[in-house]
Design a protein around this ligand. Structure first.
Ligand code: FES
Ligand SMILES: [Fe+2]
Length: 463
């Protein structure tokens, strides 16, 4: 299916790799937010190549359970078969391309096309063709007309991903240390279960602007001033002078507040029971004793899984390209591209199975008020992202690069004895620059072997 992209593009897009601007020097050419040729290249060389987040296992717990998602602009159905296996099928009928499955999620025995009635099994096999004998005269080989399947499907501790590219590395290797640390930040209280419903919302912005914002702790005090004034944001969240950035292979990163070594040592001295008891105190009470903010304190097991630096990183992980893990609310957000100037924002919420009803209620209240269509914060952000995107279309304004130079050349990536690497600093733009640098490498690489051979190693030392 993706042969053209592995062996040179028949569309001339390969020649267009030359249009990918050099983003060195912390200057971001605005064409990357508006040029349709760049967007097309992103669909082929990033989304069709990457491991894309699909859903949590609790959303497809039983045989026949399905969930609709996207890989770039390809709609897919994630479905659990009678054999228990999870498959990811392109949601497009092989006859005339109609979308087969129209509900966002549900349970079914078969997928029946609403156009001419071709019927597929949960494994994608074409099991029924109306008029097969009379109209086709039995001259159709059903075995050849099953649904197209993703090349690989796998999960990291219950979080399912899929890739369309058979040459992609394993999900475990793809995530690498930083990606896995990011995923582990959802599991700090043990097993989780997804809340019903995914909040969905379209914003008129380029998907990358929504992605680079998740590392942006510079805007919080300004953009979210009103949310802060009504008491919705914990001031300790800001911590502009105490930030940690972890840069990961292939463009994954974590950036934001950190727990100091001293504070972490105090936390480590607590038992899991003592941490849980602290978490359940009323906010004001807890604030006096717990560091940082209202998020659940990380367990002993989480510390082992996240590593000594990862456990202190309280910032936002991004699994390249477009999965933001919002650890405060225990949410995962996809920034799904819908053209250069539109992005569909999805919010999944997963909560620990061990949460009390009171904790669940509190979490539900937070997630519906922070992000998504009714979220205070997303309204602030979305407006900025739209305007930044809009200005990249102006003939004059698009000539002027964005400035992404904050703290460039000013910090050090240190290596812990465990092998984990991090920058301990203040508010900065390291993770944004890393994301765009890797983005350029993905777009220039002709295929996975090329990308793996030529990507930048995670930097160490001065950055
Ligand atoms: S398009 Fe699906 S049966 Fe014709
Ligand atoms: Fe924001």
């Amino acid at each position: 299916m993706l042969d053209h992209d592995r062996h040179g593009d028949s569309t001339g897009i390969d020649a267009d790799a030359a249009i990918v601007p050099d983003l060195a020097g912390g200057l971001i050419d605005r064409s990357i937010y508006s040029d349709p040729r760049i967007y097309e290249l992103e669909l082929r060389r990033i989304f069709a190549r990457a491991w894309n987040f699909m859903c949590h296992e609790s959303q497809i717990a039983n045989a026949g359970d399905y969930f609709i998602n996207y890989i770039g602009e390809d709609q897919v159905v994630v479905v659990r078969g009678e054999d228990g296996a999870v498959r990811v099928l392109l949601n497009t009928c092989r006859h005339r391309g109609n979308a087969l499955c129209r509900a966002e999620l549900g349970n079914t025995k078969t997928f029946v096309c609403s156009y001419h009635g071709w019927t597929y099994g949960l494994d994608g096999t074409l099991i029924g063709v109306p008029g097969k004998a009379n109209f086709y005269r039995d001259a159709i080989d059903q075995a050849k007309w099953g649904l197209v399947q993703a090349a690989k499907v796998d999960h990291y501790k219950g979080f399912y991903f899929a890739t369309l590219d058979p040459l992609a590395p394993s999900l475990f290797d793809y995530l690498g240390d930083v990606g896995r640390t990011g995923m582990e930040s959802m599991l700090t209280q043990g097993e989780v279960v997804a809340l019903d419903g995914v909040q969905k919302n379209v914003i008129d912005c380029n998907w990358k602007i929504a992605v680079d914002n998740l590392f942006d702790w510079y805007h919080v005090r300004i953009s979210h001033n009103s949310a802060s004034r009504v008491g919705f944001l914990d001031q300790r969240l800001m911590m502009p002078m105490s930030q940690m950035v972890m840069l990961g292979e292939l463009g994954h990163a974590i950036g934001g507040p950190m727990v100091s070594v001293e504070k972490q040592a105090q936390l480590d001295a607590l038992s899991d029971e003592e941490r849980r008891a602290l978490d359940q105190l009323p906010d004001a009470e807890r604030a006096k004793q717990a560091p940082i903010e209202r998020r659940p304190l990380r367990s002993t097991a989480a510390r082992a899984a996240m590593g000594p630096l990862g456990v202190r990183a309280m910032g936002h992980p991004n699994i390249f390209p477009n999965l933001w893990i919002s650890t405060r609310g225990m949410q995962l957000s996809l920034r799904l591209p819908r053209g250069p100037g539109r992005t569909e924002i999805w919010w999944f919420t997963v909560l620990p199975k061990s949460f009390t009803e009171q904790q669940r209620r509190k979490a539900r209240k937070f997630v519906t008020h922070a992000f998504g269509p009714a979220g205070l914060l997303e309204q602030d952000d979305g407006e900025n992202w739209s305007q930044s995107t809009q200005s990249s279309r102006g003939v004059a304004s698009r000539r002027y690069a964005h400035n992404m130079q904050m703290a460039m050349g000013q910090d050090e990536v240190l290596v812990d004895p465990s092998g984990q690497k991090a920058i301990e600093t203040r508010v900065n733009e390291h993770a944004q620059r890393w994301t765009y640098r890797c983005w350029g490498e993905w777009l220039r690489a002709r295929d996975w072997p090329d990308l793996l051979a030529n990507r930048s190693p995670v930097p160490v030392g001065r950055i």
